[in-house]
Design a protein around this ligand. Sequence first.
Ligand SMILES: [Zn+2]
Length: 302
Amino acid sequence: MLRRYLALTCLSLLVVLGGCTRSLEIDDRYQSANHDSRVQYVIVHYTSSGFDRALQHLTRGAVSSHYLISEEPVVYRLVDENRRAWHAGDSSWQGRTWLNGSSVGIEIVHPGYSDTPEGRVWHPWPAEQVDALIPLLQDILKRHQLSPDRVLGHSDVAPQRKVDPGPLFPWRQLAQAGVSIWPDAAQVAHHEHALAGRVPPPQWFDEALQAFGYSLAMSGSDPAATPDRARRNVIAAFQMRFRPALHDGVADSETAAILAALVPGATDSDLWCDPAPQPQAPDLPPVSPDLPRCQAAQTGNT
Ligand SMILES: [Zn+2]
């Protein structure tokens, strides 16, 4: 009787635990060749605070980054690259969103900007920190087999919320070191010549900026958000990277030429040669109606 009771108890336990006595065994004799790194982007930030505060924030606060570059500079690894760090927040690039899961984050100890009575003053980037950043980026790109266009600023992936790493960040120098991209000067000049001061319509900018990678989605929590304001913030983010001398978010002819040099096929759009393009900045002089249409100048475009 006792034996029967024990057998029944064991049987009911097995039912409850779902046959838990079998140990986990995985047969890995077959391997697929179809995989790549989960890391698709590298996102660069500045801390806007000193080292001690930034370290406290990134190790004990609610945010983190894989790397922190101090002013000396020392490159600290705070989070293993195989783990997800919390640095990008609500972000988007090339249709991918919430990029913490698909990126490596690098924070650089740097004050960003100071707002003064004379206006906003951006702080320059010390050469030593850039010299420390470049080999780190080269190493990350190589290990994850990423192309230089995958290195982005926080302002690229969150243009409605963020301005780091700011207009003085040396993107051109990074491109020369093979860890970023920069438009071809001859192509920019060609497109500028074709436009002759004219500005393609907002729809052209929207399409080209999105083709490049930006999201024009408005910030969900901002009651003042409008499509015009969202576009302006995205254009300002683009200008901070590629036309840092003026990053007011105004869609002008030079910005259009730079964007066209970076987005293959952007000048094939009918909108590029809108018959009545006008400058979008109120302080720009009116365009002469005698200008030839830009199609003629497009031949030889690459
Ligand atoms: Zn940031």
